[in-house]
Structure formats: structure tokens, C-alpha cells
Design a binder for this molecule. Sequence first.
Ligand SMILES: [Zn+2]
Length: 379
Amino acid sequence: MTTGPTPFPGLTDMHAHPAMNAYFWGRDLRKHYFAGSAFNPLASLTDFKMLREGDVRVLWSVLHVPEEEYFRVPPIRLLAYLTQGGRAILRDKAWKSTLRMLEEMEEQVDRAPEFEIAHSNAELDAALAEEKRVFVHTVEGGHQLSAGLAPCDVEGHLKRLDELARRGVASLILAHLFPNQLAGHSEAIPSDHQKILFWRLETRVDDKRGLTEVGREVVKRMAELRMVPDVTHCSPASRRQVYDLVGDRLPIVASHTGVQSLNKAPVNLSEGDVKAIAASGGVIGVIFMPYWLESSDPEDGLEAIWNTMRQVNEWSGGSWQHVGIGTDFDGFTDPPDDCHSAAELPKVREMLERKGLSRTDVEAILGGNARRVLRNGWR
Ligand SMILES: [Zn+2]
């Protein structure tokens, strides 16, 4: 496994959702709609224009299909019927929708000569050498693998995982917002978003629920296939089991998260989590959502992002080798007022320089570390 500083690939965001805009709202990513600092699910924060303005070089582009639980809430079901992507999800279920979303992203990127999708480290290196802006597919939520399969169908799940790897997917987030067939999850819907008009989303969190038999086999196969395990959204019990199963065979990431010393929510990482991820050679991507970063939920977020980075640095023995950014832009999140779209990401470099970090450390955080993880954990 390579350690130490990795050449800077350019600004890298380890978690953002342009694919949701492309797929659900039928949007052309070459067009910019609008970006505001208030939460607005219709804003477009990571379209091609925003990525270009922020000079983002590598984007871990998330394929995510919302869980069926959402569509049991009548207003959401109605909204789904009104959009092309929503109708497709109701019709196709999560697995087929994931593949369609992947294909949609490939088509969109094909139409933009400055952008490319990399399906392997070799393709990523080649695209960066040609000065392209590069998307790497990742998948958020094990439910997408499971749609229509029995909870004990190990072979069925592994076959689908193989297919994702074959199509170039670099990483899988095992859990998400509701119980799934792979892993226990943590609460990750802000309490005021759980109530939708007269209805309530039941997230059925059980912090003690760990990996299932299928989940364990999926994690083992990820190590064989070289797909980076992402423990974001996992319950504390599931996270511990992933560390035990993977050890240092593969870097583990938490692509978009905070730390429990600043907000003790179980979805955030504890000192033990940070140490285990660092020991695997992995990276913690700091989420750009003040609600999760600090319990005071400040309007501005850059200072909270810095405090989180500093904590990860301290918990991993004073190293900047395990810090990255995973904005979660366009993931129905409420971004910080002082850095609310991909176009504003250069502010993070300015902030880190102001805080006195060396160029080497700044570039590790902004892309070198994430590049190392793919180099060591992907094909
Ligand atoms: Zn997420």
C-alpha cells in the first residue's frame, strides 16, 4: 500500500449528487438553474458550470435512489408521479434505477467535452493528464443492491456488487436513512425534516444493529473486487464490524460526515472511528452541512468545517493524511451560507492557507488523500 503524500490531482469532492438533479428532475447538467444559500431541493449546486467555476477536478459522483419508505408518504408519492425520474423509481425499483442513473450520467458527461467519467485508476490518471474534470461513480445505500432480493440471498447481492464494480463504481455506502438488508444505520434525517405535512417518516433506528450476513459477505467481496467501503450512515455497531472485517487490506472512508466531539449524533464519528479509518489508510470527508457538524447548527459553516478537520487531525495523531471534503451538495442538504455551492469551494483553500497549513497539507486535504484512497482501494 502506498503511504505518504500523493501528487495533488486537483480539488476533489468525495461526495456530491449531480446525478439526482440529472435523473429526478430531467436536468441537463450543462445548464445552470440557480443556487441560493437557503435549503432548496430544486437548486443546482454541482452542475458543470458550478464545478468549472469552483475548479473542481475530481468528483465522487453519487448514484442514489431514495428508499421506498419515502414514497409511502403521500405528498412525496405525488411529487414522484409528477417527475420523470420519480415515475421511473416507482416503476423500476432501486436496482434498475441505479443502473439507469449511471447510464444517464455517462450520457450527460459524454456531451461535455471538458468532463469525463473514469472507471479505473488508469482512466482517472489519463483523464487528469488531459486536464479533464473527472467524475467517479459511487453508490449511496445498500438498499439499491437489495431491491427485490430476499434478505438471505447472498449470491444475488454479490452478483449485483460485481456488476457495479464492472461498471466502474469505486465505492459503496452500505447504509442510508432506513433499515436495509446490509447494515444497521444511524439517524441522519434532521428532526424537522422527518415531519412532512401531516405525515412522519419512521426511520426505525437501532444503533445496536450491525452488519447482516449479506452485509458481511458484501464487505468481504468489496475487498476482493477493490471497491472502497464507505461507513457514512452506518450505525456505530456496523462501523466497528467493517473495521474488523477490512483491517488494513483496503482503505475505508466516511465520505461525508462530522465528529461526535462537536455534535454527538451517532451518525458522526467517534475518536475510535477516526483512529480505525486512519489505520486503514482511509479518509474522512467533512460534510458541508452545519446541522451535522456542530450542535449549534450555525448559518455559516467554514469555521465548523475547520473545527472538524482539526479534530480528525488530532484524533489521527496530528496527521492531515486522513482529512478530505465530501460536501453532499445537491443531496437535499442545507449547505453553509458562507460556502454553498461547488463554485465557492476555492474558499476552503483560502481558509486552510489562512489557518497556516503548508501547501502540502492543504493539497492532501483537498485531493491528495482522496486520490491515495482510490489508488489503494480501487481497480
Ligand atoms: Zn448521505
